[in-house]
Design a protein around this ligand. Structure first.
Ligand SMILES: Nc1ncnc2c1ncn2[C@@H]1O[C@H](COP(=O)(O)OP(=O)(O)OP(=O)(O)O)[C@@H](O)[C@H]1O
Ligand SMILES: [Mg+2]
Length: 450
């Protein structure tokens, strides 16, 4: 039941005695009530105030309850309407439901019954309002996000952002380098309850341990050489808002312990201080290491892992996003630039170990090399362009031919990469293990390819 104090009610009824009785009854039960004796008066009130529920008599002199309903629905859809009808007007009441009235009651009825209807209407009104707020939030965020993708795994990511963003829970974002983890963190913050509160980012890989500690937790004056003034840590700066901890896999052991404490009970101390401070911060974290493996290897505390991994979100690599690659290319090309079909084909074939970031770089590079706002195969980095050659080589007539072509191709790439296996594997679009399998199969010595 919604507390009567939170319900603004408008009673519209021309019979004065009856109206007063109803109003008094609701006021006594704690509702906030206004009343009107005509539709015109009611419209006037509605212009000045937002009501959750309106109770309208269908038959009134002048404008009828039905006209009133139509006008109210046209102007402020947040008001839910209950109609009161006499014997002769039931059919009109049924029509009125089609026009957006929520309910109708046939006079006479016990007032408790009307209260039940008012409660249901207030609940509906609240739900609709929440829905609208959510939609508005989402629209706003999607407009600003600019995350490209329509493939099933990306749609799943977007769905998780919508679901998990507003929960206030810690979220771990995992994914290969350049898959958009930072973008997702930002998106989660934008749909969160803390959207208007501070959003602070720290990259654990960017600072040495001692600096990182004072950056995160702050320090007192004189806490260490060089600490000439006191300083707020980022946990304090982010108080009430969100802290995005990037590359959390890089966090050193001592800091992991300190981090765990803040997450457990929201308390922390600045470096060089005994004073406990309380902060209320929502944590988002990202890593391109498999944090679970780090835990197994004993490099990352298990208890901290569970704290930050209340919900986790895995960004798929670009090579698993199907046609999204085309969409991304189109997006980063912009309206002024075109691309040769062969070049686009190569881009679609290539496996993008550096994901979206690598794709952006390749296109930016192409734009520098290309003439006439037209990117050709030659303007792409050679490993990308080569993806097409692999494709071409793969249409031999028989298995024997295939083996010959494949061996020649592996050899050629190895020579070009001067025996560097990582580079060769990348250029071939396979992982290192597959490369070793190829070398074994074709009896190739990587140090001396022939
Ligand atoms: N789906 C996407 N649509 C459009 N741009 C994207 C998308 N995903 C990532 N980007 C862009 O790609 C670049 C890399 O993204 P981001 O920095 O978020 O990746 P990351 O996963 O944090 O990488 P790293 O692991 O290297 O830190 C950014 O310029 C980002 O704006
Ligand atoms: Mg990043």
């Amino acid at each position: 039941m919604i507390h009567p104090e939170n319900i603004d009610l408008l009673i519209v009824e021309d019979d004065e005695d009856y109206r007063k009785t109803v109003v008094r009854w609701f006021i006594r039960r704690g509702y906030r009530v206004q009343d009107a004796s005509t539709a015109e008066e009611a419209l006037d009130r509605c212009q000045r105030q937002q009501f959750h529920v309106g109770v309208f008599d269908l038959r009134m002199p002048g404008k009828s309850g039905l006209e009133l309903l139509q006008q109210i629905k046209a102007s402020s859809s947040e008001t839910e309407v209950i109609l009161l009808t006499g014997e002769g007007t039931i059919e009109t009441a049924v029509d009125a439901m089609k026009l957006g009235a929520l309910d109708y009651l046939l006079k006479p009825f016990p007032l408790a019954e009307l209260e039940g209807a008012v409660q249901r209407a207030a609940e509906t009104s609240t739900l609709r309002k929440e829905n609208r707020q959510l939609k508005a939030l989402l629209q706003r965020s999607q407009g600003q996000l600019d995350m490209i993708g329509r493939s099933p795994p990306m749609l799943e990511v977007f769905r998780l952002i919508e679901r998990a963003g507003p929960t206030d829970k810690a979220i771990l974002i995992q994914g290969e380098s350049g898959t958009g983890k930072e973008l997702v963190a930002r998106a989660l913050q934008k749909v969160s309850l803390r959207a208007d509160k501070p959003y602070v980012v720290i990259n654990c890989a960017a600072l040495p341990e001692n600096l990182l500690e004072s950056e995160l937790f702050g320090h007192e004056k004189g806490a260490f050489t060089g600490a000439v003034t006191e300083k707020q840590g980022l946990f304090e700066v982010a108080d009430g808002g969100t802290l995005f901890i990037d590359e959390i896999g890089e966090l050193a052991g001592a800091l992991q312990a300190k981090m765990l404490r803040v997450l457990q009970d929201g308390s922390m101390r600045r470096v060089g201080s005994l004073k406990e401070r309380r902060v209320n911060v929502r944590i988002l974290a990202a890593t391109n290491r498999k944090l679970e493996d780090e835990v197994k290897a004993g490099r990352f505390r298990e208890d901290l892992y569970y704290r930050i991994n209340v919900l986790s979100l895995e960004l798929p690599p670009v090579r698993k996003r199907g046609d999204d690659v085309r969409l991304l290319v189109e997006h980063f090309l912009g309206t002024e630039w075109k691309i040769e079909p062969e070049a686009l084909k190569a881009i679609c074939k290539y496996n993008w170990p550096g994901n979206v970031r690598q794709l952006i770089n390749a296109i930016d590079r192409g734009k520098i090399l290309a003439d006439d706002h037209f990117i050709r195969l030659d303007d792409l980095p050679h490993e990308v362009a080569d993806a097409l050659a692999i494709e071409a080589a793969h249409v031999p007539a028989s298995d024997d031919d295939l083996a010959t072509v494949e061996r020649a191709h592996v050899l050629e790439i190895l020579k070009r990469e001067r025996g560097n296996k990582s580079c060769a594997a990348r250029a071939l679009g396979v992982n290192r293990r597959s490369l070793y399998r190829l070398l074994e199969k074709y009896n190739i010595d990587p140090a001396n390819p022939s």
